[in-house]
Design a protein around this ligand. Structure first.
Ligand code: AHG
Ligand code: MN
Ligand code: MN
Length: 335
C-alpha cells in the first residue's frame, strides 16, 4: 500500500511470531475490525442517515437504548455470525447470549462486546466507541451457555476498542503490549500509527463523575479532595480534571498522555456495586491498561482476577497511571 503496516499485516506477523495465535484468531480480529468500520460509517453519517435518537426500548440493565446501540449490536452480530470463528457472542445490549445459529459453522472463540460505549454522547456528537473481548470457548463445549463466558479477565485472548472520534482508531492487545491503528478512510484500512502504547506512571489528570461525590466511599473522597487541594494540599501539586462520559475516550486519553479514571463503588444504588460492566467494559479495558504499563483495580482487588458470577455484573473501576492508582488502592487499605 504505502510505507505503513496495516492491521491485517500486523496481526499476521504477530501470528507468525507467537504460535499461540492461530489463523482463525487473525480472521476473527479482521471480522471485528470490519464491524467497527461499519459502525464508524453509521456514527459518522449521524443525522444524515437518521440514526440519532432513542430506539424506544430498554436494555437488560434498564437503560434506554439509542438507535445506534441497537444498530451497532446488529452490525457486530452480522459481521461475525457466519464466518465460523465464533461459538457464541454476548453483548451489553442483549439479555441472553447469542449462540451461533445452527446454519453456520461454529468456531472456538467467544466474543463479548459493548457495541456502543458512551452512547449518551451520540446525539451531541461527542466521541463514542466499541469495546470487545475475545475468550476461548471451553474445550469440548458444543452448545455454549452463559456460564461458559464467566471467565476471569486474565483468560482473555484479546481485548480492544474502536474509538469513533475526530479520527476512527482501533486499539488492541493480545497480551503482548498495546497497539493503536488509525482508519485510513480513503482506503478503508486500519493502519498502525501508535505502536506499543505506554501509560506514563505519573499523572496530574483525573477523571471522575463528581456529581456522585456525596455517594463515594471515604478513600475515594480522600483521594479526590487531595487532588482538588492542589499545591496547597498534601500532594503539593495542581491537578487537572476531565470527564467525557465515554469510557473509550477516557481510556484513550490515558493511554496517550496518562491519567487516572475512577468509576468507584458508591452508595447511590446499593444493588449496583459500580456503574461499569465487568465483562463488556472493565475486563477488556483492564487488559489493555495493564498491557500498557498501567494498573486497574476495584480499589480492593485487581479487576482481571475477579471470577464473574453474572454476565451483566457491574464492578467499581479505578484504572490508569500506576502511581496514582496504587495510591488509591493504598487509601482503600488504610480506610
Ligand atoms: P454505555 O454508553 O455503554 O452505557 O457506557 C457508558 C459508561 C461509560 O462509557 C462512561 O464512563 C460512564 O458510563 C458514564 O457514566 P455517567 O453517565 O454516570 O457519567
Ligand atoms: Mn459502555
Ligand atoms: Mn454501550
Amino acid at each position: 500500500m504505502y510505507n505503513s503496516v496495516s492491521l491485517t499485516q500486523f496481526i499476521l506477523e504477530e501470528q507468525r511470531r507467537y504460535s499461540a495465535v492461530s489463523g482463525e484468531f487473525t480472521a476473527l480480529l479482521n471480522d471485528v475490525a470490519t464491524a467497527c468500520k461499519v459502525i464508524s460509517a453509521a456514527v459518522n453519517k449521524g443525522a444524515l442517515a437518521g440514526v440519532l435518537g432513542g430506539a424506544g426500548s430498554d436494555n437488560v440493565q434498564g437503560e434506554a437504548q439509542k438507535k445506534l446501540d441497537v444498530i451497532s449490536n446488529d452490525v457486530v452480530i452480522g459481521c461475525n455470525e457466519w464466518t465460523g470463528h465464533l461459538a457464541a457472542l454476548a453483548s451489553e445490549e442483549m439479555e441472553e447470549i447469542y449462540p451461533i445459529p445452527a446454519k453456520y459453522p461454529r468456531g472456538k472463540y467467544l466474543l463479548v462486546f459493548d457495541p456502543l460505549d458512551g452512547s449518551s454522547n451520540i446525539d451531541v456528537n461527542i466521541s463514542v466507541g466499541t469495546i470487545f473481548s475475545i475468550l476461548r470457548c471451553p474445550e469440548g463445549v458444543k452448545e455454549p451457555t452463559a456460564k461458559d463466558f464467566l471467565q476471569p479477565g486474565t483468560q482473555q485472548v484479546c481485548a480492544g476498542y474502536a474509538l469513533y472520534g475526530p479520527s476512527t482508531m482501533l486499539v488492541i492487545t493480545t497480551g503482548n503490549g498495546v497497539d493503536g491503528f488509525t482508519l485510513d478512510q480513503s482506503v478503508g484500512e486500519f493502519v498502525l500509527t501508535h505502536p506499543k502504547m505506554k501509560i506514563p506512571a505519573d499523572t496530574k489528570e483525573f477523571a471522575i463523575n463528581a456529581s456522585n461525590s456525596r455517594f463515594w466511599e471515604p478513600p475515594v473522597t480522600r483521594y479526590i479532595n487531595e487532588c482538588l487541594a492542589g499545591k496547597t494540599g498534601p500532594r503539593k501539586q495542581d491537578f487537572n480534571m476531565r470527564w467525557v462520559a465515554s469510557m473509550v475516550a477516557e481510556v484513550h486519553r490515558i493511554l496517550t498522555r496518562g491519567g487516572i479514571f475512577l468509576y468507584p463503588r458508591d452508595t447511590k444504588d446499593p444493588s449496583k456495586p459500580g456503574r461499569l460492566r465487568l465483562m463488556y467494559e472493565a475486563n477488556p479495558m483492564s487488559f489493555i491498561v495493564e498491557q500498557a504499563g498501567g494498573v486497574s483495580s476495584t480499589g480492593r482487588e485487581r479487576i482481571l482476577d475477579i471470577q464473574p458470577d453474572n454476565l451483566h455484573q457491574r464492578v467499581p473501576v479505578i484504572l490508569g497511571s500506576k502511581n496514582e492508582v496504587d495510591r488509591v488502592i493504598q487509601y482503600h487499605k488504610e480506610s
